[in-house]
Design a protein around this ligand. Structure first.
Ligand code: SAM
Length: 224
């Protein structure tokens, strides 16, 4: 079961530090230029979130929520702006993205912001997750690429906080995947549109001693 957690509306009053404002604005302009490019086909599934609001919510989560570990995952990381925010907030940050061009752009974001994160060109859906889809046409489905988890040597239940920006109508699917595959106590943050950030916790133990997620690093297989 996923338990909804209310993000207070006052979260949008949180001060975003001036250097962050500059970085977020620079990322916004880079994304705009990328989307306006005429020499290559558009990546239709890539739409950027309101990064100020996501920053404020992540900062609030960091401050107020008990997390079952320190590993963060962005599903479909695009320019890896949210992954970079997570890294700056001292998460062990990882982003998985299906489009190689976006992985390249994500690497530029990490470099510009001088943060460390792991970016994986792969599929964020765990094996078998497609059976949870209520429609076969959902945008997250049908990416014929290798599993991101396989490449990482991790599973979805190794992450304590997952962020996604589902396409309209797809939020239910993302929730169902998280509910099936995430660890008890882990949290899912979704950007569902302007002023619409939603947060859930998967029911179950949230005692970090019972879920030694950091210790699970040894489960990682060597990367190819
Ligand atoms: C709506 S965009 C969100 C981008 C970014 N996370 C943000 O919040 O600004 C969704 C991204 O997910 C990627 N994507 C969709 N399905 C995927 C999948 N199954 N595996 C990996 N990436 C996927 C798309 O290529 C796209 O970049």
């Amino acid at each position: 079961m996923l338990l909804p957690i209310e993000i207070p509306s006052s979260v949008d009053q949180r001060v975003v530090p001036a250097d962050w404002c500059e970085q977020l604005e620079a990322a916004r302009l880079r994304i705009q230029a990328f989307q306006d490019r005429w020499d290559r086909p558009q990546i239709e599934q890539f739409v950027a979130a309101d990064f100020y609001h996501v920053f404020q919510a992540m900062d609030w989560i960091r401050e107020t929520q008990t997390l079952v570990g320190n590993r963060f995952l962005e599903w479909g990381c695009g320019f890896s702006v949210v992954t970079s925010i997570a890294s700056a907030l001292k998460f062990e940050a990882i982003g998985i993205e299906a489009e190689s061009d976006l992985i390249q752009e994500g690497r530029v974001t990490l470099k510009n912001w001088q943060v460390t994160a792991e970016l994986i060109h792969g599929n964020f859906l765990p094996d078998g997750a497609d059976t949870l889809a209520h429609q076969s046409t959902l945008p997250s489905l049908g990416h014929p690429i290798e599993s991101g988890y396989q490449q990482l040597g991790l599973e979805l239940d190794d992450f304590s906080l997952v962020y996604s920006y589902p396409w309209p109508g797809e939020d239910r699917f993302h929730q169902a995947v998280f509910e099936r595959f995430a660890a008890p106590g882990a949290m899912l943050l979704c950007f569902c549109g302007p002023n619409d950030l939603r947060l859930w916790r998967k029911a179950g133990s949230i005692d970090p001693l019972e879920i030694p997620m950091e210790g699970r690093r040894q489960r990682r297989r060597s990367r190819r």
